[in-house]
Design a protein around this ligand. Structure first.
Ligand code: NDP
Length: 399
């Protein structure tokens, strides 16, 4: 069918690439390009021999000219950006210059401020529209599947959705006193930022970890969870009809929070550069370098994740509640693709998003968030490609 250029070769990319190779009818050819080419070559060596043809390349995705040359050489149908959020705009620029479709899993982040907002990427809408190419933003799990779940609930279950609570639980245990499940720098930026939620068209800001709830998750049990700001709140707030409030909660264990507090207290989570030994360094980047690499957590992590959305709204004039979620087992993911469930739950939807754009199922010139497309083929693909979803009409609610 077609060719994808995948940029980045970390934890999430590794899963997406395994899945592209399983889906060789669609991905007849892929090119893996990243900063460290040896990682791309090692993955290629592991996966070669299947029906998908794999090539590799070195690229600095901060450099638009390098990206343009790469895209012109590879001539992909879609670029799947699985590098870091800092590279979103340079990759979008290169896609525009070469008229190539674009898919990512995380919003653009300026390196010096933690923002988690879409405005920079939404600003590309008209240029993508004029160029006749599609940009699909946020095709991971959250954002990603949470947006697809919202579009599906809107299409099939509600006339209007008034409240959404996104609940992200990880009951996995990797045995380390402190480690992050995906890129440590991005993860710590996210959890140490102020929290916020969207209510009646406005952001309500909270202190980090100020709002705590306990929730009894299906297949996982009771967990402490904390309200965080999360990027999909911004797009869902605009795209879901009738919405009054959207919140995002993530579970954290006590040990994780104690370590994080301590690291914060000593200044290690700061993204302000400091001078050390005659060189400028960013404390958080240094911390990320000494923490375990998330892609090595796979063999050690046991337990399950449960990520989903609780919707409340109206159908035929009646109040209605609906919960859509996926449960994923860390060890099963590891056995299948050599990664833990956090990379798996992001890498599978990344592959599906690229597939939707490449097959033309989701083609719409411009820049769009995932909930702006027809959710049905994506929901079907989740069941087929390893992230089956479950539904409940009588879930416990979050107060
Ligand atoms: P990793 O740090 O494991 O991988 C990032 C990859 O990008 C590495 O291969 C790295 O290269 C490469 N890279 C970084 N900078 C550049 C550059 N300038 N040029 C070329 N390649 C570069 O991160 P993850 O796999 O954990 O995360 C990938 C993305 O997925 C992130 O944007 C993250 O925010 C997002 N994500 C989204 C989730 C969702 O549910 N929506 C959940 C989890 C993550 P090198 O090997 O040289 O370091």
């Amino acid at each position: 069918m077609g060719k994808a250029l995948i940029i980045g070769c970390g934890g999430v990319a590794s899963v997406a690439i395994h899945k592209c190779c399983q889906n060789s009818d669609v991905f007849t050819e892929i090119c893996i390009a990243s900063r460290t080419k040896s990682k791309c070559d090692a993955l290629k060596a592991k996966l070669d021999g299947g029906a998908t043809k794999i090539t590799t390349a070195q690229v600095n995705a901060d450099n638009v000219d390098e990206l343009i040359t790469l895209i012109e050489t590879v001539k992909p149908d879609v670029v799947l950006n699985l590098a870091l959020p800092y590279q979103d705009l340079t990759i979008m620029d290169a896609c525009l210059a070469t008229k190539t479709n674009y898919v990512d899993t995380a919003n653009y982040e300026p390196i010096d401020t933690a923002k988690f907002e879409y405005k920079w990427q939404w600003d590309y809408h008209e240029r993508f529209e004029k160029a006749g190419i599609t940009a699909l933003l946020g095709s991971g799990f959250d954002p990603g599947v949470t947006g697809v779940f919202s579009a599906y609930a809107m299409k099939h279950q509600f006339d209007e959705i008034n409240y959404i609570d996104i609940l992200d639980a990880n009951a996995g245990d990797h045995g380390y006193p402190f480690a992050t499940n995906f890129n440590p720098e991005i993860n710590i930026r996210e959890v140490s930022a102020n929290g916020s939620y969207w209510e009646e068209g406005e952001w309500i800001e909270t202190k980090p970890m100020e709002i705590k709830r306990v929730y009894n998750f299906p297949e996982i049990g009771e967990k402490d969870m904390y309200l965080l700001h999360h990027e999909e709140l911004e797009s869902l707030g605009q795209n879901i009809k009738g919405i009054k409030r959207i919140r995002f909660f993530m579970t954290f264990g006590e040990s994780y929070l104690t370590h994080l507090k301590c690291l914060e207290n000593v200044g290690m989570t700061s993204i302000e550069p400091i001078e050390f030994d005659g060189k400028m360094i960013v404390p958080l980047q240094f911390l990320a370098a000494v923490l375990p690499d998330p892609s090595t957590l796979g063999p050690r992590t046991k337990g399950k994740t449960n990520i989903g959305c609780i919707f409340r709204g109206k159908k035929d004039g009646q109040d209605k509640t609906y919960y859509l979620y996926n449960v994923c087992d860390h060890q099963k993911c590891y056995q299948e693709v050599g990664s833990q469930a956090i990379s798996y739950t992001t890498g599978v939807p990344a592959m599906i998003g690229a597939m939707m754009v490449m097959t033309g199922e989701w083609q719409k010139p411009g820049v769009y968030n995932i909930e702006e497309f027809d959710p049905d083929p994506f929901m079907e693909a989740l069941n087929k490609w390893g992230l089956p979803w479950q539904e409940s009409f009588d879930p416990e609610l979050v107060d």
